[in-house]
Each structure stands twice: as C-alpha cells, then as structure tokens.
Ligand binder design. Structure first.
Ligand SMILES: Cc1cc2nc3c(=O)[nH]c(=O)nc-3n(C[C@H](O)[C@H](O)[C@H](O)COP(=O)(O)O)c2cc1C
Length: 327
C-alpha cells in the first residue's frame, strides 16, 4: 500500500483509531497494539485549559512502544492551545489532533469542540498558533458542520489546510445529529475533493467490508473507526489485511477473547490502581462479550464487578457454560 503521509509522519495503515473520551486510554491502546503496530491511534481528548493548571495530566502519558500515537487537544483559547501543544509534544506525541467535532454540550457551551466549526476564523487562528508552536504535524477532527444549515466542513478544511494542517478526520454527521441517523459518507467526499492532504472518513464503519465501502464512496485515504473497536482490538488489523489482500484473519476464539478481557483488566489495574481500574474495566469487559451468544446474564454481572476475583469467576462462567459460541 501507499504510505499515508501526515506531514513528516508516514503511516503504514489505512486505519486511524480516533480519540474516544473514557475509552482510548493507555490500556485500550495497548490492546490495539497487541494486534496492530502500525495503525494510527490517539489519546482521549485532553483539555488545554486543564493542562495550564496541571501540566502533568496522566491522560497524556504515552508508552514508548505505542507509536504512531497522537494527543488530541480541545479548547478555544489561542495561547492556551499553543502552550498545551508544547506540552503534548514534550510527551512524545507523533502528532497533535485538534478537536473540532465533539458535540457534548459541556464542551460546546464554551467555544470548544464542534462549536469551533461555527467560528471558522477562530478555528484557523487556533490551528495556526498550534502549528507555529510545535514541530510535529497537526491534524484536525471535525464533523460536517454545526447543523443541517451550516455544513461548512469543506470550506473550513480548505482554510485549515492553507495554514498547514496536515490531515483531517471527518465524521459524517453534524453536531446537531450527535450520533443519530447514519453517517453521510457522500458529504465526507466533499472534503476529500477540496483538500490535498490525507482525509480519514469516519462514521459507522464496523467491518472490513464497511471500511472498503467507505473508501470507495468517499475517495478518502484512510478510515477512522471508533466505537466498533471497543471490545474488538483486532478490527484494525483485519481491516488492513482485507484492504491489502482481500482476505482477513478470523476473529479470536472465545477462549482468546476471555484472555484479552483478562489482559485489559490487568492493564487497567496496573495503570489506574485496583479501585479505579476495576470500575473502568466494566464497560470494556462487557464489550468483549458483545458477539457471544447467550451472554446476557454474565454481561449484566460484569457490569457490577468490584474485584478481580469476581471478574475471574465470570470469565470462567463464560467459558464453562459455553455461552459463547461466536455468531
Ligand atoms: C465514548 C466516545 C467518546 C468519544 N470521545 C471523543 C473525543 O474525545 N474526541 C473526538 O474527537 N471524538 C470523540 N468521539 C467520537 C469518535 O472519535 C468518532 O468520531 C465517532 O464515534 C464516530 O465514529 P464511529 O462510528 O466509528 O464510532 C467519541 C465517541 C465515543 C463513542
């Protein structure tokens, strides 16, 4: 395959696993790297403002063996974003992604996230300042626009490219849509047509076949896959295999999935301690059961675990009761 060039960064993968707050932490990223060393991946979004009060945020910690990895920043204050970018660069990030897509009211209430799409001049100023502050490439993640009447992704992307943004991820929904309806891949192609830097199309890709369809529909360089990777850390590898060869490896067996869930739990405990690690593991462990048959009861119990021992009992149940023939 042709490498995707994001500024000086060369990516040997069609896939980008974009930021997911509360999900793409160090433990999650480690799980992805068990299968795929080359996929582009990013941290959860990091508040540029919070970094000014506490520059040593755990959320920005990267491990040496997880590159290529980016740090996503959100914020709307030009100077603050530039200073935050310096801190992100010092952490060893390979790129910085600016969040112009988050639809959550607590983020957009200020001028952060998707609200920046309504303030294109400010969005450009921020990008310029961040680009000038650091040596690593800057990318932007955006939606189609604020709402149906303001779908300005192509115009904004063009302006951002002119000041030096090196790649875009475009989620094919407006801010108003949140996660409803389906992603409009045709609208993503309008951005791809207008810029010459790489574009990752994003929204509703769940399988290697979806990924191929998105690339064909949009002409994008790569595909960004968020939700479908939860509990399926092997997905990016399957997609790259499929796009390169027309074939992809089968998903892991039930035993292997249980072992992956166990590793994920252990990583979380290692990084965040027993109490927080167990609490945060619940959603991830549930995700590993998502395609297992008759797992509803165990899944509900996983949502309430309070210890590693309880998790182990449920892992055993998943296996012993053969609840989990793969669809
Ligand atoms: C739990 C969750 C957290 C997310 N957090 C972020 C975030 O921090 N920054 C961001 O740019 N997008 C965030 N997103 C949006 C995703 O990166 C992605 O654009 C969206 O889920 C659509 O892609 P998908 O259909 O592959 O899931 C989040 C999505 C989810 C489900």
């Amino acid at each position: 395959m042709k490498k995707i060039k994001i500024g000086k960064l060369e990516i040997n993968s069609y896939v980008y696993i974009p930021p997911m707050a509360g999900v793409t932490d160090l433990a999650f990223r480690k799980m992805i790297r068990l299968f795929d060393k080359e996929t582009l991946i990013a941290t959860e979004m990091v508040s540029s403002k919070a970094l000014m009060y506490n520059p040593d945020q755990k959320i920005m910690k990267l491990s040496e063996d997880e590159h290529p990895v980016g740090i996503q920043l959100f914020g709307h204050e030009v100077d603050v974003m530039a200073k935050a970018a310096l801190l992100a660069e010092a952490q060893g990030a390979d790129f910085i992604d600016i969040n112009m897509g988050c639809p959550a009211p607590k983020i957009t209430k200020g001028k952060d996230g998707a609200a920046l799409m309504k303030e294109p001049d400010l969005a450009v100023e921020i990008a310029k300042a961040v680009i000038n502050a650091v040596k690593i490439p800057i990318t932007v993640k955006m939606r189609l626009g604020w709402d149906e009447c303001q779908k300005n992704a192509p115009d904004l992307a063009k302006r951002l490219e002119e000041v030096g943004v090196c790649a875009f991820t475009v989620h094919g929904r407006t801010r108003e849509q949140g996660y409803t309806g389906s992603a409009d891949w045709n609208a993503i192609s309008e951005v791809k047509k207008i810029v010459s830097v790489p574009v990752f199309g994003n929204g509703d890709v769940r399988t290697p076949f979806d990924a191929q369809r998105l690339l064909e529909t949009t002409g994008c360089d790569g595909v960004a896959i968020a939700r479908a990777t939860m509990g399926e850390p092997w997905l990016s590898k399957q997609i790259n295999e499929y796009l390169r060869t027309g074939f992809f490896s089968p998903e892991p067996s039930v035993d292997e999935k249980v072992q992956l869930a166990r590793i994920h739990l252990e990583e979380l405990i290692k990084i965040k301690g027993e109490v927080v690690g167990i609490r945060e593991s619940r959603r991830h462990l549930i995700n590993y059961t998502k395609r297992l048959k008759n797992a509803a009861q165990v899944r509900a119990k996983i949502g309430q675990i309070n210890s590693k021992g309880e998790a182990e009992e449920l892992f055993l149940r998943l296996k012993e009761e053969s609840l989990c023939q793969v669809n």
